[in-house]
Design a protein around this ligand. Structure first.
Ligand SMILES: CCCCCCCCCCCC(=O)SCCNC(=O)CCNC(=O)[C@H](O)C(C)(C)COP(=O)(O)OP(=O)(O)OC[C@H]1O[C@@H](n2cnc3c(N)ncnc32)[C@H](O)[C@@H]1OP(=O)(O)O
Length: 240
């Protein structure tokens, strides 16, 4: 497992070297051309297979794409720089409106999409709106290491939070995490694929109670279990 991960890393670093060269080149291009390439990057959907995806991840992805054909499941696209939520939903929640309107957030990108392909969080989320549940397929790359050879617990927690956020958003729209409670039951080998099954358990006013289990591809190993509380944002309230 780790040997194939190392081989994968070598080719990723070679790829990165080429990309950095390309990035340096593009810095010399005309401003209009730069804007065009930035625009393209902004709208890229990152929840699609790339060469770093393992056979297991691709196989599961294909299985879920099949389930999408009758409309019962849907794949959630994922952008690096723009939130899936409409930004107006969050406007009352930002500390400084000038930060949102101005240049302040120009560098911002989704934490889980800030790594080169294969090095960090590779994932895709599928929603089942009728059943109020989601399945997140996640491959944790070598930059997410905690104990040597295993995924950092914070990386697992992050992925659970993202999966929960999508699950709660089915019913709640713009929501934020109020509470996360995770039981880590088995260490997760680095570069392995995890399946996170999340569901909405209860909706109580603005409170959405969610739970999940984190399993291996063959479902035999239960790595973690978690519950979460999400709160639907109240547009009349501000975070300040
Ligand atoms: C497609 C999408 C893709 C999405 C893809 C991206 C997904 C990314 C997911 C990442 C999500 C995050 O990391 S979010 C970032 C981490 N979270 C935060 O920073 C949140 C910080 N906390 C807050 O801003 C606030 O506390 C809120 C928004 C959570 C709640 O504030 P509020 O709106 O004023 O609500 P408030 O009146 O206090 O509480 C409402 C009700 O909830 C209860 N309540 C509130 N907090 C708690 C709590 N921790 N534990 C128990 N109960 C609580 C209250 O008692 C009350 O119950 P009752 O009296 O009504 O019974």
């Amino acid at each position: 497992m780790l040997r194939s991960c190392t081989a994968g890393l070598r080719s990723l670093w070679a790829l990165r070297g080429r990309r950095e060269g390309a990035a340096r080149l593009s810095a010399d291009l005309q401003p209009a051309r730069r804007l065009f390439s930035t625009e393209k990057a902004v709208h890229k959907d990152w929840a699609l297979p790339n060469p770093s995806w393992s056979k297991d991840l691709k196989l599961l992805f294909d299985q879920f794409m099949k389930k999408c054909e009758d409309g019962s499941w849907e794949r959630l696209p994922s952008c690096k720089h723009t939130c899936t939520y409409k930004s107006e939903d969050f406007k009352t929640y930002f500390l400084d409106p000038q930060l949102v309107e101005g240049e302040g957030l120009s560098q911002a990108q989704l934490f889980t999409r800030g790594f080169e392909d294969g090095l960090g969080f590779e994932y895709v989320i599928f929603n089942n709106n009728d059943e109020k549940r989601t399945v997140c397929l996640f491959q944790g790359g070598p930059y997410l290491q905690g104990i040597p050879g295993f995924l950092h617990g914070g990386a697992i927690a992050t992925m659970i939070d993202v999966a929960f956020g999508s699950c709660a958003a089915i019913s709640g729209g713009a929501v934020m995490t109020a509470n996360l409670n995770i039981n880590f039951k088995r260490p997760v080998p680095l570069c392995s694929v995890l399946v996170i099954h999340s569901q909405l358990d209860k909706l109580e006013g603005r409170k959405l109670f969610v739970s999940c289990n984190v399993r291996s591809v063959d479902e035999k190993t239960l790595y973690s279990e978690a519950t979460g509380l999400f709160i639907k944002l109240d547009p009349k309230k501000s975070s300040t």
